[in-house]
Write a protein that binds this ligand. Structure first.
Ligand code: SF4
Ligand code: SF4
Length: 469
């Protein structure tokens, strides 16, 4: 590496303001910070790329032009990376860096590697792939950068361009493609495979797959177009169920619909909803994710509704904030169910039904995409519901489950340690993400979706109607 990789001098335009952790700070303060990090910058001189990139060469080249494409597509691309001050704000709370304590497994290190790859300074290696695929895509780094770089945008791009070299996940990609095209068939196949008792089948399936498959319910939430509600509705909303609420936890989606109806809403669940595309995108299958995005935009974009509510913050974040990268436009009215209910409860629209005090212990697990993706401050809702914050919050590792199982387990075990201690073996861990629930329950934690708690607390009549069916 000749003469340093990036220089701090290029970093900041004088007096241009920036945002750190959601706070706008002045250009002067940013410039001050840039000077303060100059020492950190020096740490990167002297062939650091070589140190970051341990691992054997793959002996294969990228497709012609792949390196250049790597930085050409994300907004600002190469120019955005040129602005990187290497201040380390993005790595300060990166959960993967917290575990590895290795710069190459931090957002800053990954950006350096991708830039080096794009500029032809380093080859693609197994080591590089490992560093890219270990990212849990939590989005913490995206909201930490003082100059507005979103490291995950580049990590997704890297995965897209390098997917053909990544033979380790080839089978997984094929299985995912097929099962998302025909989810009902895919889940039937999963149930069948999970039920097989042959030793050789167990060897090729991921650990815990049989337990997971045994819990796949026969029924599902959506499918056909449904419009449910009172004769004279007070408003109209749509539900974007997402795959987990649709196929794995239909009771969560049912609770959402029951509460919306009891608030006087007409609820639309349109036919043809497909996966939001996040699992595809995380595996580098961007073309496929674009097709899924186009279909959902076509269906939900034309609905005349107050909001498109999802019981999964990852889906809500994806269809609202990530679709513009995929399809040029997002589903603007998308929101997470916890956000929607807090707004409505705060506006005074809550049914005055009992408000029974809770006596059981509930501890909050913050879904990364709710906080970093959608920017939701759950505090007021947690106070309303009597849910405790753990103080020590963090990623459960679900985002790495498909791409780096070891990292996913590490992250999970840290959360399990925290929650086992706080719930004392009797309380529940409450979250708003069905995917986080599945992950935490794999670790033996008893969980609830926040919609269930809202329903118990404010909508006992909706529960009674459900019980009477
Ligand atoms: S990406 Fe942003 S936060 Fe991370 S090192 Fe570069 S300037 Fe700092
Ligand atoms: S998305 Fe999360 S895990 Fe990935 S680099 Fe950023 S902070 Fe680290």
């Amino acid at each position: 590496m000749a003469g340093g990789i990036w220089t701090a001098g290029r970093v900041m335009k004088k007096n241009s303001p920036g945002v750190i952790a959601g706070r706008t700070i002045s250009g002067k303060a940013i410039a001050g910070r840039a000077r303060a990090v100059a020492a950190t910058v020096r740490e990167f001189e002297g062939g650091l790329l070589g140190k970051l990139l341990e691992g054997n060469s793959m002996g294969r080249d990228l497709e012609p032009g792949a390196g250049q494409r790597l930085l050409a597509k994300p907004a600002g691309g190469k120019a955005a990376l040129e602005n990187c001050a290497r201040c380390g704000s993005c790595k300060a709370r990166c959960p993967v860096y917290e575990i590895t304590r290795n710069e190459a497994f931090s957002p800053r290190g990954r950006l350096m590697l991708l830039k080096g790859l794009a500029e032809g300074e380093i080859p693609p290696t197994m080591g590089l792939l490992k560093r890219l695929w270990s990212c849990a895509l939590c989005g913490q780094c995206d909201v930490s950068c003082p100059v507005g770089i979103r490291p995950t945008t580049f990590i997704y791009r890297g995965r897209e361009e390098l997917r053909k070299l990544d033979t380790e996940r080839l089978l997984l990609r094929t299985a995912l493609r097929m099962s998302l095209r025909q989810p009902v068939l895919g889940l039937r196949a999963a149930r069948f495979l999970g039920g097989l008792r042959y030793g050789f089948v167990k060897k090729v399936l991921p650990a815990g797959f049989s337990d997971f498959a045994a819990r796949i319910p026969e029924r599902r939430l959506g499918g056909e177009m449904q419009v449910i509600g009172p004769r004279k509705p007070a408003g109209r909303v749509a539900v974007f169920a997402g795959c987990t609420a649709n196929y794995l936890m239909p009771e969560t989606g049912e609770a959402l619909v029951a509460m919306l109806v009891s608030m006087g809403y007409e609820v639309v669940m349109p036919r043809g909803e497909v996966c939001c595309g996040m699992p595809l995108k995380s595996l580098g299958l961007v073309r496929e994710a674009e097709r899924f995005a186009a279909k959902n935009i076509e269906i939900f974009g034309k609905l005349n509704v107050e909001a498109v509510i999802s019981p999964c913050p990852t889906c809500a974040d994806m269809i609202k904030n990530r679709y513009p990268e995929l399809a040029g436009v997002g589903i603007e009215k998308a929101t997470d169910s916890a956000m929607f209910f807090l707004k409505k409860l705060a506006e005074g629209g809550r049914p005055d039904a009992g408000q029974r005090p809770f006596t059981d212990l509930m501890v909050w697990h913050e879904p990364c995409h709710l906080k970093h993706g959608l920017g939701f401050n759950a505090g007021p809702l947690l106070d309303l519901l009597g849910i405790e914050r753990p103080g020590d919050e963090g990623c459960c590792g679900l985002g790495a489950y498909l791409t780096d199982r070891g990292m996913s387990e590490e992250l999970l075990s840290r959360r399990v340690g925290v929650y086992s201690r706080l719930t004392k073996g009797t309380g529940r861990v409450v979250t708003s993400c069905p995917g986080c629930r599945i992950q935490l329950e794999r670790g033996g934690i008893k969980t609830a979706h926040i919609l269930e708690v809202i329903e118990e607390r404010f909508f006992p009549s909706a529960l009674q109607q459900e019980a009477a069916k």
